[in-house]
Design a protein around this ligand. Structure first.
Ligand code: LLP
Length: 419
């Protein structure tokens, strides 16, 4: 459930009519609903109600906006970060180091150092090589880095191939059949306090079965490691629950997920961690855009909007569907190709889509843009970066300024030798 609803024929974010935001901030603009973020955070936590003191860390990559992180920090969430930049954001949003987990397959030495400086709760180590490096850095400081070993369970998450992470040939984690050896080697190093396992098999999962299969594999490994004398106190089960992108689709609820987790992990005797991203932020945001013009096409007309693939990359990258809705209610429909202004055919949000009949100047939204939306933006075609707005009740605030093409150009130089 979200708080983007039609009231008196006008789409509102909570109590704010979207035309008011377009007027004040311009378009395109990402609009987030605080009440929706809070609701999703609570529903997720309640879904895990049967578990003893789980650690819930928001996957910052899904939406790193400081205001969004702050909302989730106030809900008791920590942060799952994958770069020094994300770590700094989590801290700036008020998240405590004890609730920060550092994931990622390519943490640099500087990032490992930053994690140590910060005293984060856990590094999720993705390889023996990374573990050895972290051990050396921590040992040199007389410390032991708290960490978990990420396992690659070789499970097909059944999602888009570009966002699957748990197949044997993906770059993530240590293959299951080598995990016990890797664990034994790393657990023996002075610089590491290796007492955990971690897993994340992919994103936008429509079905709990692959997660269950993967968790069962982790459970067996946990038993084997304990039988060999290792101590395991923490298991991080990652993120991945999918959300509906099309009205009417149904996805596993956090309650279904929580029940499955409680069943599979009931004898584990560990503190569980979770790294939800999309399920918290996805339906808490829309991309508000204005129709530039409608151009006739060979079959369907082209509805050209002022948002483009640089602002919302998911359709171009993954062929993803985002519902497209008018801001002013209309019963008239059209079949259109919804496209942005960028000079490549990939800048297509939808082909032959049944959609509201709109004309130049009309406002519309792409739904479910709160996760992996603004954060994946680029400045391609020198379009700058879109503004972001947070709504709470009848208030709204710009939480990220629009960065125009001029500001980006200001960071560039023509060397003297070019005259
Ligand atoms: N933990 C780890 C280690 C991850 O790699 C991810 C997502 C998450 C947690 C959060 O997963 P979620 O709960 O959001 O599914 N740009 C793509 C999604 C990439 C996901 C990458 N990893 C998209 O727009 O669909």
């Amino acid at each position: 459930m979200d708080h983007f609803t039609m009231k008196n024929g006008i789409l509102h974010a909570e109590d704010v009519p979207l035309p008011a935001i377009a007027e004040a901030v311009g378009t395109p603009v990402y609009v987030y609903s605080q009440a929706t973020l809070e609701r999703h955070a609570r529903v997720f936590r309640e879904g895990l109600g049967a578990l003893d003191d789980p650690l819930i860390v928001f996957a910052v990559k899904a939406n790193p906006n400081l205001a969004v992180l702050r909302v989730l920090q106030r809900e008791g969430f920590g942060a799952d970060v994958v770069s020094g930049g994300e770590l700094r954001r989590a801290l700036a949003a008020g998240m405590v180091p004890d609730k920060i987990i550092f994931s990622g397959v390519g943490k640099t030495r500087a990032e490992l150092e930053l994690g140590l400086d910060t005293g984060i709760a856990q590094f999720n180590i993705e390889s023996r090589e990374e573990g050895r490096e972290l051990a050396e850095l921590a040992h040199a400081r007389g410390e032991r880095a708290r960490c978990a070993l990420r396992i690659n369970p070789d499970v097909d998450a059944g999602t888009h191939e570009k966002i699957s992470t748990g197949k044997a040939d993906n770059k993530f984690g240590v293959p299951l059949h080598r995990a016990a050896d890797a664990f034994a080697e790393l657990a023996a190093l002075d610089g590491l306090a290796l007492e955990g396992l971690a897993i994340h098999i992919g994103s936008q999962l429509a079905d709990l079965t692959p997660l269950e299969t993967a968790f069962e594999k982790v459970g067996r490994l946990l038993g084997d490691l304990r039988a060999s004398g290792h101590t395991i106190t923490r298991v991080d089960l990652g993120g991945g629950i999918g959300v509906p992108y099309r009205a009417g689709e149904s996805y596993p609820s956090p309650a279904d997920y929580g029940a499955m987790v409680a069943r599979v992990t009931r004898d584990w005797g560990v503190q569980l961690a979770f790294e939800p991203g999309r399920v918290i932020a996805g339906n808490a945001g829309v991309l508000l855009t204005r129709v530039v013009r409608v151009k006739s096409g060979l079959s369907s007309p082209f509805l050209i909007v002022d948002a483009a693939m640089n602002d919302l990359a998911r359709p171009a990258l993954y062929g993803a569907w985002h519902d497209f809705e008018p801001v002013a209610a209309t019963d008239q429909r059209m079949t259109a190709n919804i496209v942005g202004p960028i000079c490549e055919t990939g800048d297509t949000f939808a082909t032959d889509r049944d959609c509201p009949a709109l004309v130049a100047g009309d406002l519309a939204v792409f739904r479910t843009a709160g996760a992996y939306g603004a954060t994946m933006a680029s400045s391609y075609n020198s379009r700058g970066f879109v503004a972001e707005v947070l709504v709470s009740g009848s208030d709204f605030a710009v939480v990220a300024d629009r960065i125009d093409a001029g500001a980006i150009m200001d960071a560039e130089r023509v060397p003297e030798w070019l005259g």
